[in-house]
Ligand binder design. Sequence first.
Ligand code: ATP
Ligand code: MG
Length: 386
Amino acid sequence: MAANEQRIIIIRFGELWLRGKNRNDYINILIENIGSKFTGLKYKIEKHYDKIVVRPTKSSFDEALRRTGFLFGISAYEIAYETEPKLASIVRDSCAVMKNANDRGAFRINAHRAYKQHKFNSEDIVKKLADAAEKMKIRVSPKQYSQEIFISVAKDAAYISMQKFRGLGGLPVGSSGRCIILFSGGIDSPVAAWLAMKRGMEPVYVHMHAFPDASDAINSKIARLIGILSEYHENYRIYYIPTHRFQVSALKTGRYELVMLKRFMLKAAELLLKREKSSMIVTGESLGQVASQTQSNLFSEEQEINASIIRPLVCFDKSEIIELAKKIGTFDESVKQYRDVCSITARHPVINSDPKAVLRIEKEMKLDSVAAAAVKSAEIVDGSIS
Ligand code: ATP
Ligand code: MG
């Protein structure tokens, strides 16, 4: 190929278009996230008005492309070649790209001019390229085709691409601030965490463990699951909070034990909000999935908690959650055995808890000071969060 043979990755933002004045901030966060994600790779990066252009070296290209698929805030990305924004160069280099394709089937040609001041328009590109291709015995057909070529023309460059991929969508992680995620290590909470990250929230995980020694939790599947989720965003923090104080104080709570445990978790999370400059708590609860997740229990647990409590899975079926967990990559780790604190509490929890009774029990068991003491003895693991 005559022009620049170097393959590049073009990243498009989709929803960021809607963001008006803040758009630039979002793109800057995305560029920062690309920087963390591409650690160890060699590349150059350019910010354009409507896209980001990444130029990895040949040896970094495949890995850069793979990692791009793990970035939130990207609607689509493509492998492209760059050429001059002139009709002759576009036609010459597009023909070379088409000639190189493994597939011998017909091409559909798609052209788009983002910059309208050039002397040629998209129809000129399609027509001239079709003529030149046919002379080189490359078949072209707008209707019966087995592959496509995309040409987009900007002010200072034109891009030729044959491979487009869908991005993860959502918003760049960090652009919506931070959230506290109640993280159990089951199937649901990792999916809830992923969805929170998808909407731009940087994760601060809180895991409540039932071990005498925090290192049993720190070396468990909890850390491995968060490791899998960190493929989507490297920066996070984990609080490992012991539950023995709660268990002692809850001895007489009977069928309210599980509701009180959830309330204890929310209270502990609430205590961390200020420190983490957040106002949002995320859980993996889903309405009616288990006896403890009824409308009245969710209300009893969250009453008077001063936070936005987000339950991304509240309307998901279990089968939908499992499907997503498999897609994200957390499912296999989630189903491994673990001594979760919920599994050692009351077997038959109250289904229609009385919110007033919950407030009365929590006073009796001094839940506020139990939660405060538990938070004080948390072990913190930082995954490069600042
Ligand atoms: P999951 O699959 O997320 O464990 P689950 O179906 O087992 O959920 P529960 O055990 O009732 O349901 O937990 C509901 C939610 O409560 C979890 O999604 C999580 O947000 C929170 N939670 C449960 N256990 C813990 C824990 N040990 N530490 C922190 N949060 C927890
Ligand atoms: Mg669970």
